[in-house]
Design a protein around this ligand. Sequence first.
Ligand code: ADP
Ligand code: MG
Ligand code: MG
Length: 210
Amino acid sequence: DSRASAGRVVDVLDALQDLLEDKEEELGRMDAIAGDGDHGSGMVIGIRAAAAGARRAREQGAGARTVLVQAGARWSADGGGTSGALWGAFLTAAGRRFSDTEPITDELIAPALLAGVTAVRELGGAEPGDKTMVDAMVPFASALEAKPTPAGAAITAAAEDAASAAEATASITASLGRARFLNERSIGTPDPGAVSFSMMAALLGSLLSS
Ligand code: ADP
Ligand code: MG
Ligand code: MG
């Protein structure tokens, strides 16, 4: 039922927390080249708040939808920074594609992720080429739209496109966010938000494949 799916959501958020804790320094260093250096710490604060909020909601008996919507609310409230607001919106929009009474089935997963990407684009207003996480999210979403199931394999493949696109942001100049003030300096370094997104997508793909 939806509560078993809610448990699965909490497990995924815990795994993403471990990943971001591992990558905190690397993401921070990347953000320090042309930004303010807080992307690693900001993502860790955000995912910890999201995972804790999800666990609390599940303990109170919530289904998958509410667990993920709560996680998004906590990430937005506690995460801070541009990425905190955007990731909060991502999780909330994805959660709204699920139910509190029905389980999360394989074919619901890609549409939820696509809704998350749409929410980030609407809230942030970035276009591909602005050197943001959107540069990785757009090819990810295109791949997932073309082949949405089975979710684990589809997300793994889409995450590879996201990783290539994140890598490719190294050659462009940032035009949005704090990085724009130091834009020339960002050439040669990929966008940290694009990199963190592609890492998280790859982990999600592998978790859903096993
Ligand atoms: P802050 O910029 O507030 O310090 P972070 O360092 O955590 O926040 O996040 C920076 C990342 O946020 C950037 O690498 C970029 O990927 C992403 N970002 C910034 N502005 C936008 C935007 N308008 N739309 C999408 N992503 C954005
Ligand atoms: Mg920053
Ligand atoms: Mg900041």
